[in-house]
Design a protein around this ligand. Structure first.
Ligand code: UDP
Length: 140
């Protein structure tokens, strides 16, 4: 299996409820290593660009407002098949459909306030990592 990197965000609903450590424990217990991490307040412009692919969707405006409603933790996770592994650990977008034991089943409040973001492909992971981190901030 290939060692890979993926991009993760612990969203404002989770930082607000002090769940950063509990969520990262799920990653670490399952073989994903946190090789970069910072707590930031995302700007409106950053959130709009980050979620630009969704800008025609009805939920876009509310999603951007939610993402700037409090601090987030942006991070890079590394491990075997990290992109797919992270998506599996996160669970379905809507917590009502998320499998038992997944982060969204355990912690998400709603389809919007669903605690975590994770890249959906290695290509998007590379783009998203570069959007938030300089190479020198990632220490494997
Ligand atoms: N989202 C939302 N309403 C929806 C679908 C998605 O608010 O009906 C939000 C939710 O926070 C989700 C994000 O938009 O995580 C990005 O949606 P996507 O379909 O890419 O889901 P993900 O890859 O995060 O599971």
């Amino acid at each position: 299996m290939a060692t890979e990197r993926t991009f993760s965000i612990i969203k404002p609903d989770a930082t607000r409820r002090n769940l950063t450590g509990a969520i990262n424990a799920v990653f670490e217990k399952n073989g994903l290593r946190i090789v970069a991490q910072k707590r930031i307040q995302m700007s409106q412009a950053q959130a709009e660009t980050f979620y630009g692919v969704h800008h025609e969707r009805p939920f876009f405006k509310d999603l951007v407002s939610f993402m700037v409603s409090g601090p987030v933790v942006v991070q890079v996770l590394e491990g075997d098949n990290a992109v797919a592994k992270n998506r599996e650990l996160m669970g379905a977008t809507n917590p009502a459909n998320a499998a038992e034991g997944t982060i969204r089943k355990l912690f998400a409040e709603s389809i919007e306030a669903n605690s975590v973001h994770g890249s959906d492909s290695p290509e998007n992971a590379a783009t998203e990592i570069a959007y938030f981190f300089a190479g020198s901030e990632i220490v494997g």
